[in-house]
Design a protein around this ligand. Structure first.
Ligand SMILES: N[C@@H](CCC(=O)N[C@@H](CS)C(=O)NCC(=O)O)C(=O)O
Length: 173
């Protein structure tokens, strides 16, 4: 029998400390979503808000109200008062710029460039390998015909992503 981490999660998930009734920035998300959980953790870390549970399995992202705040019906979606936006990396930048500017120091373009390189490479280069491994373990997807190859591809993609940090970033003289 295949272990469904997701079913375990639904059974045991405690109410998060910051839920839909919370004040501050809401990050509509659910913990198993790789794209969504990062911005929720960041909001909580900064202390400006946190995760508002959006259960994709119940279609919470397909409602009329949700579609008004993100026409793509995706998580993460941020709500900050009357303002709303989607896209995980854009949300990271917004949170930093508004609530913790030292995390995205716009006076240092090389640092911001490196941050953007890492974030975009994760979405563009790593996530496609994340899905056929982690989401299989969580019970969202069927295993691949060659799961060992999928596992290796994910491991390789993560190792390469780790090299982003080492890339040169000196300020040109
Ligand atoms: N490029 C988007 C991708 C967001 C995305 O695909 N989110 C998934 C969850 S991991 C989702 O909302 N899926 C619901 C659906 O497509 O119906 C981002 O980085 O925020």
């Amino acid at each position: 029998m295949r272990l469904s981490v997701w079913k375990l999660f639904l059974t045991h998930y405690p109410k998060p400390p910051l839920h839909s009734a919370m004040s501050g920035v809401k990050i509509h998300a659910m913990p198993p979503s790789q794209n969504a959980v990062g911005p929720a953790i960041m909001a909580q870390h900064i202390g400006c808000g946190g995760l508002a549970m959006c259960n994709l399995m119940e279609g919470a992202h397909k409602t009329e109200d949700f579609t008004k705040i993100n026409p793509y019906q995706h998580i993460p979606t941020l709500e900050d008062g009357d303002f709303s936006m989607g896209e995980s990396n854009a949300i990271f930048r917004y949170l930093a710029l508004k609530y913790k500017p030292e995390l995205y120091p716009t006076a240092e373009p090389e640092k911001c460039g490196k941050i953007d390189f890492a974030m975009d490479a994760f979405v563009g280069e790593v996530y496609k390998h994340h899905m056929p491994v982690v989401y299989v373990v969580m019970g969202f997807r069927q295993a691949s015909d060659d799961q060992a190859a999928a596992n290796k591809a994910y491991s390789d993609a993560l190792a390469k992503w780790g090299q982003v940090k080492q890339c040169r970033h000196e300020t040109p003289s």
